[in-house]
Design a protein around this ligand. Structure first.
Ligand SMILES: Cc1cc2nc3c(=O)[nH]c(=O)nc-3n(C[C@H](O)[C@H](O)[C@H](O)COP(=O)(O)O)c2cc1C
Length: 217
């Protein structure tokens, strides 16, 4: 079978896009992206995802206010120096931009997962709420990120909502059988997609026993 070279280009260009235009995302395009999300695998094909799409100004502002408080309570209000061009400083500036403009982005996608105990937790220890089914939700989220890239939308995976998850669930009437796994601003990007920077798979791969490096080709 032939390789699909466009897939291999695309998968290396799914960067966290944190600067987005306020222009609306057409409904059909959003649904196309979510339909790509639900092609993901899940244990016993239970498909434990549900999406909550925030588009109304008041709802987005509510989320943005709490998101900002959550970031500042964890990372403070300091900013990197303007002349600091390190990747950490650039990422921090992008995170701050995202935080300050969250309410202006056209779509805030809340990805929820049905709660489910991992197999390793014995029945007797299953007390209180199970964690959301992270294992199934992340493939769905990655499909959404890939689909966004394929149709020219920018998106970024965020998890800071964990700081105010209970309040978030109450505000939007998310039933307690679900947990919120990821919140993802989606919109048309202000900048270029560019390529991700990752270590080559070879540096993280062992053959037959840990520490045995791949044969040199
Ligand atoms: C589990 C997980 C949690 C993440 N949480 C956040 C987050 O809260 N805020 C954010 O801006 N990015 C978040 N990211 C995105 C990463 O910061 C980003 O993928 C990484 O820094 C690499 O950057 P790149 O994708 O632009 O190459 C998260 C990614 C993962 C997989």
């Amino acid at each position: 079978m032939e390789d699909n070279p466009r897939f291999f280009d695309l998968v290396g260009q799914v960067r966290a896009m944190r600067r987005l235009k306020p222009d609306p995302v057409p409904h059909d395009l959003l649904m196309k992206v979510l339909d790509a999300g639900v092609q993901a695998p899940s244990g016993m094909n239970t498909q434990p995802w549900s999406f909550l799409v925030l588009q109304e100004t008041e709802a987005k502002q509510w989320f943005a206010d709490r998101y900002k408080t959550a970031i500042e309570s964890r990372f403070g209000t300091g900013k990197p120096n303007n002349d600091d061009d390190s990747s950490t400083a650039r990422q921090f500036r992008a995170v701050r931009y995202q935080m300050n403009h969250m309410q202006d982005f056209p779509v805030l996608l809340i990805v929820c997962g049905l709660r489910d105990w991992p197999f390793r937790v014995p029945k007797a220890e299953r007390v209180g709420l199970a964690p959301a089914n992270y294992g199934a939700i992340y493939p769905c989220v990655q499909n959404i990120l890939l689909a966004c890239r394929a149709v020219g939308l920018g998106a970024a995976l965020t998890t800071m909502h964990q700081v105010f998850e209970e309040e978030l669930m109450e505000r939007f009437q998310i039933p307690s059988e679900y947990g919120v796994v990821v919140t993802m601003p989606i919109g048309y990007p202000m900048g270029q997609f560019g390529s991700v920077r990752r270590r080559p798979a070879e540096s993280s791969t062992h053959f037959d026993f840990w520490g045995n490096r791949p044969p040199k080709s």
